[in-house]
Design a protein around this ligand. Structure first.
Ligand SMILES: *Cc1c(COP(=O)(O)O)cnc(C)c1O
Length: 399
């Protein structure tokens, strides 16, 4: 075999083992169509039902008729008025001075860390942070990286103390290193929260900046979905807030919110903004409408939480272990990987789409089905899903 054939053969060996994701033939509402069959949508992160929302659809149509589709590289070809309106609306919604939008939260994380952290600075990161934060730290090429135990403020303080010595030594340019603590706000596998009040307190004590990636908290946590910082009453106390427009907002894009000076700096320096395209017109219009809906009323967020509380209490009554989630993410813990896969397959036969979460997404022996109810579900929809869970659990004898 030639060297090149060998290369492709190796890829093929890996690809063969991968699962083939299901193809969705409908919009992302309360139900999906898969293989022509209606399935309850029970694991999507479209928390608020905006993926098929009539107001968002209309806003997109109006904007496309007015402006078309494409925009430009913002620094070269001009920022679009819709981008500015969206950024202003996000900042107002979040209660921050300013915000800047990127094509995804992955990009926003990379921009946030790479732009302010260099080789000689210091990053302190939760061990379970999202892949995009891990990649962003790599991109910064920072040498001094400290990892603390998951959501453990004692461990965080130990790492801050260790970093403390290094942080007193000037960099080659004579300045003191920047120290950045970074965490997810909501951890997406268990639905638990970062201990933000403790993190903010320790950051102040040790002179560190704070950064929270609130991809799963935006539109979900806090007053009317204002996010994890609002949830903990810490407005203005976290330096860098990252949000995603792809989860509760059901569009695409990510953003950084914070002080105006910081956002101006990202606008000028972030490579993800300089060298990568901006949101298209339909994306910006849909995201803007989603933010406006949340600014007008908290009704849809309330509906989400009604559904969350209902399903959690019903699952508990049935005897399921749903972990220690503080969010709509509802892990139904099954432990064994094969059981979790079988469970999901049987649910599918019952008309319920909920994928198994197995190693390496979670530790071995912690396999689960991650249920996420949304505001688009009616009580009847939830009951249908709960009934299927009960039936499958009986069949597989896991209760
Ligand atoms: C989903 C997610 C992201 C990525 O968001 P995109 O906008 O899809 O790039 C980043 N961070 C966390 C914590 C997430 O859950």
């Amino acid at each position: 075999m030639s060297r090149i054939d060998n290369f492709y053969k190796k890829l093929e060996d890996v690809v063969k083992l991968g699962a083939i994701p299901k193809t969705i033939e409908s919009g992302q509402g309360a139900y999906l169509t898969i293989n022509g069959k209606k399935q309850l949508n029970f694991c999507s992160s479209h928390y608020l039902g905006f993926a098929v929302d009539e107001r968002l659809k209309k806003a997109v149509k109006v904007a496309v008729d007015k402006y078309g589709i494409g925009t430009g590289y913002r620094t070269l070809a001009g920022t679009h008025v819709l981008h500015l309106e969206l950024e202003k609306a996000i900042a107002e919604f979040k209660g921050t001075e300013a915000s800047v939008v990127f094509s995804s939260a992955y990009m926003a994380n990379c921009a946030a860390i790479q732009t302010i952290i260099g080789k000689e600075d210091i990053v302190i990161s939760d061990e379970l942070n999202h892949a995009s934060i891990i990649d962003a730290i790599k991109l910064s090429q920072v040498k001094n990286k400290f990892i603390y135990k998951h959501a453990d403020s004692k461990s965080l303080e130990e790492q801050l103390k260790q970093a403390g010595r290094l942080s007193q030594a000037p960099k080659s340019n004579g300045e003191l290193p920047v120290v950045l603590i970074v965490t997810d706000g909501v951890f997406s596998m268990d639905g638990d929260l970062a201990p933000l009040p403790e993190i903010v307190r320790l950051a102040k004590k040790y002179g560190a900046l704070t950064m929270v990636d609130d991809a799963h908290g935006e539109g979900v946590m806090g007053k009317g979905g204002r996010g994890i910082v609002d949830h903990f009453g810490l407005l203005g106390k976290v330096d860098i807030e990252i949000g995603s427009l792809s989860k509760a907002f059901s569009v695409i894009g990510g953003f950084i919110s914070g002080r105006k000076t910081l956002i101006d700096f990202f606008n000028q320096k972030a490579r993800q903004r300089l060298f990568s395209i901006a949101l298209t017109i339909p994306d910006a219009a849909a995201a803007l409408e989603a933010v406006r809906i949340l600014q007008e009323s908290d009704a849809v967020v309330k509906k989400l939480w009604d559904n969350v509380n209902y399903i959690k209490s019903e699952f508990k009554k049935l005897g399921f272990d749903t972990g220690y989630s503080k969010t709509p993410i509802t892990p139904v813990m099954l432990g064994d990987e094969e059981i979790a896969k079988k469970f999901s397959a049987k649910l599918f036969e019952e008309g319920v789409f909920a994928t198994p979460i197995v190693f390496p997404m979670v530790a071995k022996g912690k396999a689960r089905i991650r249920v996420i109810p949304s505001a688009s579900h009616s009580r009847k929809d939830l009951d249908f899903g709960i009934k299927a869970f009960r039936k499958v659990a009986k069949e597989l004898k896991v209760l």
